[in-house]
Design a protein around this ligand. Structure first.
Ligand SMILES: *[C@@H]1O[C@H](CO)[C@@H](O)[C@H](O)[C@H]1NC(C)=O
Ligand SMILES: *[C@@H]1O[C@H](CO)[C@@H](O)[C@H](O)[C@H]1NC(C)=O
Ligand SMILES: *[C@@H]1O[C@H](CO)[C@@H](O)[C@H](O)[C@H]1NC(C)=O
Ligand SMILES: *[C@@H]1O[C@H](CO)[C@@H](O)[C@H](O)[C@H]1NC(C)=O
Length: 348
């Protein structure tokens, strides 16, 4: 049973591993599979000639105890396997940024190129320019990573929410109010950042230059205004959104589920939204990340989950491989309870 769930975790580890071994010449922090360490470098998951799925299965089979679940939050290093710590959260909306947790500019690399805010870039109506900017961001991210100053190859961008109301306060992060334009921007941004060609379809073996994340899925375009707030807002919508184009055509590696509810269910706990629609109908083939604290608010603010563990389990099940930005994985009892709840669900 535990095995079954662990296999689901494979989906995002495929990305994890494919990123770790891309264009690495010499092992130095934060790289895994240090060739100078005979013990860890001999693991099959370190063997670049093996197919990625085989390497993933090998890695997953070596995880012990709580490691399978700690991996889905800020992942600590696993020295036994020669795996370095991994930070899922980095930002690159208009340039590699240190506003996430993965990037530092205190080493060889002192800064990255800062491009204009998206609303301005988008107003050029120049898809090729949008693509080239994203391509530059992805390359710079890779360079910062290779310099050991980025602890993960994930950038939580682009923001493809529709800009509907200037009072939102985050409209500058988006390509604007037109869904078609937002869709077009998202597609070429994802292609550029992830290392695909402008036309798409050129990613080699699914190896990514960097991983993009379309956020915030779905119907988030309000902050906190007039007694409406993003944590408890319940949007009543029909599914027709630029997101669909971005992961169909752009092949985005991940999406971020938003704080709000849609038709009464928190986005990050909505199986119909995340698995049936995003994965099933729209073809998302990567991982789903919760917005920071989106899981805890199911318990604290939305009254959706009775216990904190129920919120975690609901999200893991809804997304069929989700990771979390912040959560109470630190408590051993919680992990144990999550495992019990997941296993019981499978037995049901
Ligand atoms: C995690 O691994 C432990 C130990 O191997 C196992 O008992 C548990 O069921 C696994 N949990 C999940 C969610 O796969
Ligand atoms: C969940 O993902 C696994 C593969 O990781 C797949 O076999 C399974 O069918 C998925 N479940 C649903 C309900 O989509
Ligand atoms: C890596 O895998 C290939 C293909 O199976 C195999 O021939 C080779 O011996 C492996 N390398 C190591 C170091 O185990
Ligand atoms: C840069 O900052 C990070 C995070 O604070 C720290 O872990 C690292 O040691 C620092 N590196 C240098 C070269 O100062």
């Amino acid at each position: 049973m535990g095995h079954q769930i662990t296999e689901e975790v494979v989906t995002f580890i495929i990305f994890f591993i494919s990123v770790l071994f891309l264009r690495i010449e010499s092992a130095q922090p934060p790289f895994s599979c240090d060739e100078s360490n005979k013990v860890t470098s001999s693991f099959p998951f370190c063997n670049k000639s093996l197919p990625i799925t085989q390497r993933v299965h090998d890695l997953v089979s070596r995880l012990r105890g709580r490691e399978n679940l700690t991996l889905v939050n800020t992942a600590p290093e696993i020295p036994r396997l020669g795996i370095s710590a991994y930070q899922w959260w980095s930002e690159g909306l208009h340039g590699v940024s240190k506003s996430g947790r993965g990037t530092t500019f205190n080493g060889t690399v002192k800064a990255a190129t800062l491009f204009p805010q998206i609303i301005l870039t988008a107003s050029t109506f120049d898809e090729n320019l949008w693509y080239r900017i994203a391509q530059a961001i992805g390359r710079e991210a890779r360079a910062v990573y290779n310099a050991g100053q980025l602890k993960g190859m994930i950038l939580w961008a682009p923001n493809i929410n529709i800009f509907r109301d200037p009072r939102w306060g985050r409209g500058q992060e988006t390509p604007g109010e037109d869904p078609m334009m937002v869709g077009k921007y998202g597609v070429v941004y994802v292609r550029g950042l992830q290392g695909d060609s402008f036309e798409g379809g050129k990613l080699q073996d699914g190896h990514l230059q960097a991983s993009a994340c379309c956020k915030h899925f779905i119907a988030q375009d309000v902050g906190n205004w007039n007694n409406i707030n993003r944590f408890t807002f319940d949007a009543h919508i029909h599914m027709n959104h630029p997101s669909r184009v971005v992961w169909n055509k752009g092949k985005v590696n991940s999406i971020m589920c938003a704080y709000n509810l849609v038709n009464g269910i928190p986005n990050c706990a909505n199986f119909d939204l995340l698995t049936t629609t995003a994965r099933g109908k729209w073809g998302l083939q990567g991982y789903i990340v919760s917005d920071c604290d989106a899981v805890s608010i199911m318990h604290n603010e939305q009254g959706f989950a009775k216990e904190p563990e129920d919120a975690v389990v609901a999200s893991l099940k809804a997304g069929n491989s989700s990771i979390f930005c912040f959560y109470y994985f630190a408590v051993k009892r919680t992990i144990k309870k999550i495992n019990i709840l997941l296993v019981c669900e499978i037995e049901d």
